[in-house]
Design a protein around this ligand. Structure first.
Ligand SMILES: O=C(O)C(=O)C[C@]1(C(=O)O)C=C[C@@H](O)C=C1
Length: 375
């Protein structure tokens, strides 16, 4: 048996050769990039990569090495592409179809939110734009997206994620569907209360209405009252309005204390959500591709082909460009079973070259990349 020291000397010798060859190959890749920049040819050439993988695998002598070489060359070619995207960046300004503004216009604007007066979304709107803002409300989230798409409002406010109950699926889907853009976000601490008619006591309650998220966020509290029937409403404020309108003291709503004030209801119990720091994140959306110069977060969505390693390849652009991923979600693509839209948020501004570089790579290597906004 040979000594470990001696074996490591040999490994070091081989690695030096591999590094030299890697650098030589990257040098050629630079020349390929120059050719591609000059001729407008795409950087990713899947057919060539497939042929290359088959060719290098054929040079190996067993299955283990064949698999290893395949992985190795996939990585080498991915690095080669990244180098080429970076060179493209040096050649072209790489302007994205977004317009930078100094500051988001918040005065003399009209804002739409979904729900009725007293909804948490209304509170979020006030927190972002101020209480004097000109506003109106619509019944469904889709109506709010239509209102800005058609120019009836300048901005829409949509809940996207709650710290206890998770994402608002429907709004993720709407972001993918509409050509509207995220320009801001507002986080609101959500403190739910149990609201009843003015003559009600907790012991009278038989039925509780709320939005599904309200019911989920208060699941532990509702578990202590298993005999109550839980019923879903379009949103928490609609639930409060229903209880007020029907005037039945056996009915209660889970909604905000603001909604109690709005509809003349009695707060039977406060702070009934499971988590003390229960918060909801709302997005501010508009119909124009604008971003402010101090925007810090980019949201995108894309699809990947149904092949092994595809998502990994796309995500590698964030690592390579040193961009910090904040979240990733997947949503099913309608009528295409087991295929998904991926929604990714990461830190950065559309003016940063690292962001442009990563987006250029993702645009080529993923399907249907959409920049949802920078805020
Ligand atoms: O041959 C090319 O067109 C290259 O850009 C080189 C290379 C490689 O590194 O082998 C890189 C990217 C392409 O997807 C295919 C192959």
């Amino acid at each position: 048996m040979r000594d470990l020291k001696e074996l490591r000397v040999e490994i070091d010798r081989i690695d030096r050769q591999m590094v030299a060859l890697f650098e030589e190959r990257m040098g050629i890749s630079r020349e390929v990039a120059e050719y591609k920049v000059a001729t407008g040819k795409k950087i990713l050439d899947k057919e060539r990569e497939q042929q290359k993988l088959e060719a290098v695998k054929a040079l190996t002598h067993n299955d283990f090495n064949s698999h290893g070489v395949e992985e190795l060359f996939k990585q080498i070619m991915a690095m080669s592409r990244k180098l080429q995207y970076r060179m493209m960046e040096e050649k072209a300004l790489g302007r994205l179809p977004f317009v930078m503004v100094d500051k988001l216009e918040k005065e003399k604007v009209r804002v739409v939110y979904q729900g009725v007066e007293g909804a948490y979304t209304q509170q979020a709107m006030f927190a972002f734009f101020g209480e004097q803002v000109d506003h109106f409300h619509v019944e469904r989230w889709r109506d709010a997206m239509d209102a800005i798409a058609e120019g009836m409002a300048d901005y829409a406010v949509l809940p996207i994620e709650n710290s206890t109950a998770g994402i608002v699926n429907d709004n993720y889907d709407l972001l993918g569907e509409y050509d509207n853009y995220i320009v801001g976000e507002q986080i609101l601490s959500i403190q739910h209360a149990l609201l009843g008619t003015p003559d009600a006591e907790i012991s009278d309650i038989r039925t509780v209405y709320s939005h599904v998220q309200g019911l989920m966020q208060c699941a532990a509290y509702l578990d202590e009252h298993r005999d109550w029937t839980k019923k879903e409403a379009l949103n928490t404020a609609v639930a409060a309005r229903k209880v007020a309108e029907e005037g039945d003291k056996t009915q209660a709503a889970i909604a905000s204390p603001l909604a109690a004030k709005q509809y003349g209801l009695k707060v039977l119990e406060e702070g009934i959500n499971r988590s003390g720091n229960n918060s909801t994140r709302f997005l501010i959306v508009t119909n124009q591709p604008i971003f402010s110069k101090d925007a810090k977060k980019v949201s995108i969505c894309f699809e990947v082909t149904h092949e092994s390693g595809c998502l990994y390849n796309v995500l590698s652009h964030f690592i390579y460009n040193n961009l910090n991923l904040c979240r990733i979600e997947s949503r099913p693509i309608p009528d295409r079973n087991w295929e998904y839209h991926f929604f990714v948020d990461f830190e950065g501004n559309l003016n940063d070259s690292a962001v442009k570089n990563a987006l250029r790579g993702i645009r080529e290597e993923a399907l249907n990349l959409k920049i949802l906004g920078n805020y």
